[in-house]
Design a protein around this ligand. Structure first.
Ligand code: ADP
Ligand code: ZN
Length: 731
C-alpha cells in the first residue's frame, strides 16, 4: 500500500469507518478524487459518517450499486505508519478496526468547516475621548503589537471591563476580526537554557539525546529514584527532538500531574505544550487533534489515548511512571499504553523513554535481556537522600478498637509536628469504611447490581459501589432484618483514618488527598500546591499521593496497612506492593531534610516486606523474575483473560464450559485453558461474569488461536465475550 496511490473520482475505494460493521466498505472515490489515508464523509444508510480510505475497493459485485463518497474532509490524511499501527493494535488486542478508528478520531466535528471566533487587535482609529480605562487598552495593545486577543484576554490584560473594549470597537480604535479557532500552538524554544545538570544527569541526558538524534527506533528504561531528576533529564531528550523538527509525546498516568508538568515545560521552552486528556474541552480537543496532524503542535502531554493522535512526525515518546497501572485500559479496547507506545515507536523511527523509580517487571526483564537500553540515576538531586525504611510490627503494638495508627507511629508524627515538618499517612482505600455490617443480623450491605460490598463515603454521606459507581443514601435500618440503627462501619478507609488523625492530633492541620474528594482536577491541583507550601501538618492519602508530587517539608511516611496488597491471587501482587511502597516512601525527604518511611505490618518477615525495607531493588526483581519464569507466566509466557458475561448466570457458565471443552485451536499451539470460574468480581452492573485464563508459550501465535477458538461459538441473547491480552488485573 503506497501512500502515493491516488484514486480518481469514481474509482472503487475501500473505506474503514467507526461503525460496528467488522469489515471495510466499498465506495466510489468522491469528486476530485482522493489519496489513501484521506478522511472522507461517506453515506451509510440514511446517515453520513466519517471514514478513512484504506485502499483499492474489493469489487466483485454490481459496480452500479456502489455509492459515491460525499467529500474529502479538510484534515491531514492518516499517515501510512499510523494506518499500520492501528492495524497492528487491532490484531494484537483482537479489536475490530471500527473501534480502533473510533479511538483514533476522538475529537468532535472533524468534518466541520473551520470554526471561527472573534479576536481583537489595534485598529486604525483614535479614541474620541481618552479615559484611563481606554488608555490601558491601548497600552496593552501597544505592548503586544502582533497579538490577537480574545475579548476576555484583552479585558484581563488591560484590567478593564469588556464594555470598554466594545466601545473602542465602535470607534474603530480596536479592530474586531474573525479568526479560525483551530490555530497552531506556540512554538517551543529548545535553545533556552535548561537547569545546570549534575554529572550523572548530564550523561543520561546526552545518551537520550544521542538516541533521538539517531532517528531510529530504540527503547530506554530511565530508572531513578523519585527526585533524581528523571523529568529534567528526559526534558533534554524532548529538546533534542524539537531541534530535529520532530514532534514529541509525553504520557503521564494522572491528570493531576499535568499542570505541574506544563509549568516545567513553560520554564524550559518558553511556552506550554498541547494537552490531551479527559479534562480538555471539546473545542480544544479538536484543535489539538487537527494541529497534531498539521504539524502545528510540537509537544503533546497527555493520557494514554494521546498515543492514537495523528502525529505527522513523531520523534520521541516518554512514558513517565511507566509501571503505573492506569496505562492499561480496562474497558473498550483493552490495551497497555506502555506496550503500544513501544509498538508505535518501532513503526516510525521513534525513540521511547520509559521512566520510573520502580519499573514494571516486564520492562526490567526487557532491559535485563538487552532489548531495552537502561540508564540509572542512582542518587537524588542535590542534598536530598532516600528515606530510611522500617517496619512497625503490629503484632507487638497495643491497639485500641477502631484505631489504626499505632503508638509507635503516633510518637513519630508528634515529633514531626513539633519540628514543623509534615507527615503522610497512607492507606490505599477510598471512603470511610470498606464494610457496613448489621450488628443485629450480620448482613453486609452489598451493591444491588454487582457482587461487591458497598463502601461508606461519609464525606458524601452515601454508600458507593467501587465496581459500578452506584450510590445510595446510608440506610438507617438493615435492608435484610429491617432493625433500626444497627448498621456499623467496619475497617478503615482514608476518611476514617482522617477522623482518627483529627482526634489524635487535635491541633494539627489535617489534609485528605483522595481522588474522589475533588470535584475537579483544578481543585485537586490547588490542594496539592497548598500542601507543598506547608499548609498541612498531616496528609492522609490514597494511591493518588504515590504519584510524583513533591512535598519538600515531608519527612515521615506511615503506611497504615502494608499487608493489604499482598492478599489476593494476582500474579502481580508482590510487584504492585513493592512498587507502591517504594513510591510512597519516595515522597519523604525529597528536599534537604532526611525522611523515614515506616510500614505497619503483621508479617515483617514476608520476603516482599523485607525487600522493600532493605531497599534491595535488583534483588527483588531478580527473585520475582525467577519465580515468573519457573511458572511460565508473563513476561516469560503469554496469558489472556477471557471474560464471558451475561444477564443470565447459567448461560454464561454454559458457554464457559463449552469453550473449555472445545479447545482445538488452542491445543494446536499447546496453550492451556483454566476455568471456567466465577470472575473475581462475579457480577458487575447486573451482568454475571465467568472467566477463563489461557496460558501459552512466549513464541506461540496466541491471538490467531484465540480468534479461531472464540469464533466457534455463537453469542446468543445478552452473552458477551471480552478477550484481554496480557491481563493486568485479574477480573
Ligand atoms: P524525578 O522526575 O526523578 O522525580 P525531578 O526531575 O522531578 O525528579 O526532580 C526533582 C526535583 O529536583 C525537582 O524539583 C527538580 O526541579 C529538581 N532538580 C533536579 N535536577 C536538578 C538540577 N540539575 N538543578 C536544579 N534542580 C534540579
Ligand atoms: Zn455495583
Amino acid at each position: 500500500m503506497s501512500d502515493q496511490s491516488f484514486f480518481a473520482a469514481g474509482d472503487l475505494i475501500s473505506v474503514v469507518t467507526a461503525e460496528p460493521l467488522d469489515r471495510l466498505l466499498d465506495y466510489k472515490a468522491p469528486e476530485g478524487g482522493c489519496f489513501v489515508g484521506a478522511f472522507l464523509e461517506v453515506p451509510l444508510g440514511p446517515r453520513k459518517v466519517l471514514g478513512i480510505v484504506w485502499g483499492r475497493g474489493q469489487g466483485g459485485y454490481d459496480i452500479n450499486k456502489v455509492r459515491a463518497a460525499i467529500r474529502v474532509l479538510d484534515v491531514a490524511p492518516m499517515t501510512p505508519d499510523m494506518r499500520g499501527f492501528l492495524e497492528r493494535v487491532a490484531n494484537y488486542t483482537l479489536t475490530p478496526m471500527s473501534q480502533m478508528v473510533r479511538l483514533a478520531t476522538r475529537a468532535p466535528g472533524l468534518g466541520d468547516p473551520p470554526s471561527m471566533r472573534k479576536v481583537y487587535r489595534r485598529g486604525t482609529g483614535e479614541p474620541t475621548r481618552e479615559t484611563a480605562a481606554r488608555r490601558k487598552v491601548l497600552d496593552a495593545l501597544a505592548e503586544f503589537p502582533e497579538a490577537s486577543f480574545t475579548l476576555k484576554e484583552l479585558a484581563d490584560e488591560a484590567a478593564v471591563t469588556s464594555s470598554v473594549i466594545k466601545g473602542l470597537v465602535e470607534q474603530g480604535v480596536v479592530a474586531e476580526v474573525d479568526s479560525p479557532r483551530d490555530v497552531p500552538f506556540p512554538v517551543l524554544d529548545p535553545s533556552l537554557p535548561g537547569l545546570k545538570l549534575a554529572d550523572d544527569q548530564q550523561e543520561a541526558a546526552d545518551k537520550l539525546a544521542d538516541g533521538v538524534r539517531s532517528g531510529k527506533y530504540g527503547t530506554t528504561l530511565l530508572k531513578g529514584v523519585t527526585g533524581s531528576g528523571k523529568t529534567e533529564v528526559y526534558m533534554e531528550a524532548v529538546a533534542e527532538c524539537l531541534r530535529a523538527g520532530r514532534q514529541a509525546l509525553v504520557l503521564l498516568p494522572e491528570i493531576a500531574l499535568t499542570s505541574q508538568f506544563l509549568d516545567r515545560v513553560e520554564k524550559r521552552f518558553g511556552a506550554k505544550p498541547a494537552e490531551w486528556h479527559s479534562g480538555v474541552t471539546m473545542t480544544e480537543r479538536r484543535r489539538v487533534w487537527k494541529m497534531v496532524g498539521d504539524g502545528g503542535v510540537e509537544l503533546v502531554v497527555g493520557a494514554r489515548s494521546a498515543l492514537y493522535l495523528p502525529f505527522r512526525d513523531l520523534g520521541l515518546i516518554i512514558v513517565d511512571e511507566e509501571h503505573d497501572t492506569s496505562y492499561k485500559q480496562e474497558e473498550g479496547v483493552l490495551y497497555s499504553a506502555r506496550d503500544m507506545a513501544v509498538l508505535r515507536a518501532s513503526m516510525c523511527n521513534t525513540r521511547v523513554v520509559l521512566a520510573s523509580a520502580t519499573p514494571s517487571l516486564e520492562t526490567w526483564v526487557n532491559a535485563d535481556q538487552g532489548k531495552y537500553d537502561r540508564i540509572d540515576l542512582t542518587s537524588r538531586f542535590g542534598d536530598a537522600v532516600m528515606p530510611d525504611m522500617g517496619a512497625i510490627d503490629m503484632r507487638s503494638e497495643t491497639m485500641e478498637r477502631n484505631h489504626w495508627i499505632s503508638p509507635t507511629l503516633m510518637k513519630e508524627v508528634t515529633a514531626r509536628i513539633e519540628r514543623g515538618e509534615q507527615s503522610l499517612l497512607f492507606i490505599n482505600r477510598r471512603g470511610f469504611a470498606p464494610l457496613t455490617i448489621c450488628r443485629a443480623c450480620g448482613h453486609q450491605v452489598g451493591c444491588d447490581h454487582c457482587d461487591a460490598r458497598m463502601v461508606e463515603h461519609r464525606f458524601q454521606n452515601r454508600l458507593v459501589c467501587h465496581q459500578c459507581g452506584e450510590t445510595k443514601p446510608i440506610p438507617t435500618k438493615c435492608p435484610e432484618c429491617e432493625v433500626e440503627d444497627k448498621l456499623a462501619p467496619v475497617g478503615p478507609g482514608v476518611e476514617r483514618l482522617a477522623e482518627e488523625a483529627k482526634t489524635r492530633f487535635p491541633d494539627a492541620r489535617v489534609a485528605v488527598l483522595s481522588s474522589d474528594l475533588f470535584g475537579s482536577a483544578r481543585a485537586l491541583k490547588e490542594q496539592i500546591h497548598e500542601i507543598a507550601e506547608g499548609e498541612a501538618d498531616i496528609i492522609i492519602g490514597t494511591q493518588l499521593v504515590a504519584k510524583g508530587h513533591n512535598f519538600p517539608l515531608l519527612t515521615l511516611v506511615g503506611v497504615i496497612d502494608a499487608d493489604l496488597g499482598l492478599q489476593g491471587s494476582d500474579l502481580r501482587a508482590a510487584e504492585r506492593t513493592f512498587q507502591l511502597m517504594r513510591q510512597v516512601a519516595g515522597r519523604a525527604g525529597r528536599s534537604t531534610k532526611k525522611g523515614i518511611a515506616l510500614l505497619q505490618t503483621c508479617q515483617p518477615e514476608h520476603p516482599v516486606i523485607r525487600a522493600i525495607i532493605a531497599g534491595d531493588e535488583e534483588g527483588f526483581w531478580r527473585a520475582e523474575a525467577r519465580e515468573r519464569e519457573a511458572a511460565g507466566v508473563p513476561p516469560f509466557g503469554r496469558m489472556a483473560g477471557v471474560v464471558i458475561s451475561s444477564e443470565d448466570s447459567a448461560q454464561a457458565f454454559d458457554l464457559g464450559n463449552a469453550m473449555a471443552r472445545q479447545t482445538g485451536p488452542l491445543q494446536a499451539i499447546n496453550a492451556q485453558v483454566y476455568g471456567p470460574a466465577p470472575a473475581p468480581i462475579a457480577k458487575v452492573r447486573g451482568r454475571h461474569r465467568v472467566r477463563l485464563l489461557v496460558k501459552a508459550d512466549k513464541a506461540a501465535p496466541l491471538q490467531r488461536a484465540l480468534d479461531q477458538w472464540a469464533g466457534q461459538f455463537k453469542l446468543r441473547g445478552s452473552l458477551r465475550v471480552a478477550i484481554d491480552i496480557d491481563p493486568q488485573s485479574f477480573y
